[in-house]
Design a protein around this ligand. Sequence first.
Ligand SMILES: C[S@@+](CC[C@H](N)C(=O)[O-])C[C@H]1O[C@@H](n2cnc3c(N)ncnc32)[C@H](O)[C@@H]1O
Length: 472
Amino acid sequence: MGRKKRNKRIVENVLVTGIAEKGLSVGRSAEGEVFFIEDAVPGDVVNVVVIRKKKNHSLCRVVTTVTYSEERTTPFCKHFYHCGGCKWQNLKYDSQTKYKFIKIVNAMRRIGKMDTEGIIHTVRYSKDIRYYRNKLEFTFSDKRWLTPEEIENEGFIESEPALGFHRPSSFNKVLNLEECHLQNDLSNDIRNHLRDFCVAKQLSFYNPYTHECMMRNIVVRNTLEGDWMLLVVFGKDDMKKIKLVMEEMKEKFPFITSLMYTVNPKFNDTIYDLEVHCYHGKPYIVEKLGDIRYKIGPKSFFQTNSEGAKILFDYVVEYAGFQGKENVYDLYTGLGSIALYIASKVKQVTGIEEIPEAIDDARVNCDFNQIHNAEFYAGDVKDILNQDFVEKHGKPDVIITDPPRAGMSEKVIETLLAVAAPKIVYVSCNPDTQARDCLLLSEKYQVVKMQPVDMFPHTNHIENVALLVLKQ
Ligand SMILES: C[S@@+](CC[C@H](N)C(=O)[O-])C[C@H]1O[C@@H](n2cnc3c(N)ncnc32)[C@H](O)[C@@H]1O
């Protein structure tokens, strides 16, 4: 028995007023009903079809655009309408930063119950709005994803292999990329040449259902110092074919300073439990932020916008107001990027991070920079940071915290309130959880100022640095 086709609800003349997560926009009907809308920008007036009704809003798609917003601009990437990577290329950069600012203000007012007047500074723009990323990952697929237009207009299409990005929220659909404006253009040359070479040599591309393949994925990284890393992930330990590919890349791209490979026959994509081999060059690349040089290995996490990271860290230094005598804790330290950056400006810094390999990197980088006043601990902040830890390391003058999107746990907040450091510098990539944590900390702390830093143009992501000072 066929399913009864229900008439979809159409709502007309919805004014798009703001932005939401995942590239969606927010609009309201004349009656005040809230819609999250795909493929619209603030200022548009649209007729929409409701795809899903949720508790407080409906998810919608544009049927027709009645009037186009003046904040629109022409997307520069040929893949814009299908990629999902830079959802806001159709919004002018000034407007992107305006809406990111509004997002922070709203979060601090609604969730943080904060009087934001004079506290939140305007967004610090990204130095580059293209080619700002230092790391991209591309996936091989034995069948490229076909666009709806291709399916509609071209009838039968021979399936072709692909190397590119996964479609949003899709494990089995890969968009074959010809260009990407996120990383230095040489990244495009590497990816496109490798795909063409592997096709010519008839090497098999990944199939997400059988997990069978020779070619699985690649990671391309580069640094402001001019280093390049290519990590090729093969599906089979076939040394003859591995050598064929690696020799080609070595010959064709002599600027790659770290040519690495690994073999991943597993069902999942993670490389953390795999041995990574250095085929040619060094097993790491070097990034330099300020006076600090960071060794970055194939498994290391590093901020993906190096210029932006330096700007962010400089605000941390400014907000902390270091005089050279401070005892500092750096919570959620990663590979110690902030801890090492500030080490020469303080007396002592202690970093905590849950990934042991990142802490190994932090220690390597400590030696690499001949830093003698930084210590690092691997473990969950909520377990490591306690009264014993504070007794051992001394009461901190400043606590820097840079938690993941979920923010800090209640236990960590309780510890911060008990420790009562004179200053907390809170770096966050999620204004909602930052606002929630600031509210919890408001029992003892006053938010003095905030600086949003845009590190991810054309996306809805924004970093925000906050200075919290212990109330008298
Ligand atoms: C936003 S990143 C910040 C990294 C670092 N501050 C930097 O600038 O490169 C958050 C870090 O927190 C770590 N992390 C997440 N949850 C944690 C926890 N409960 N305890 C310790 N570290 C955690 C993650 O592994 C990640 O390295």
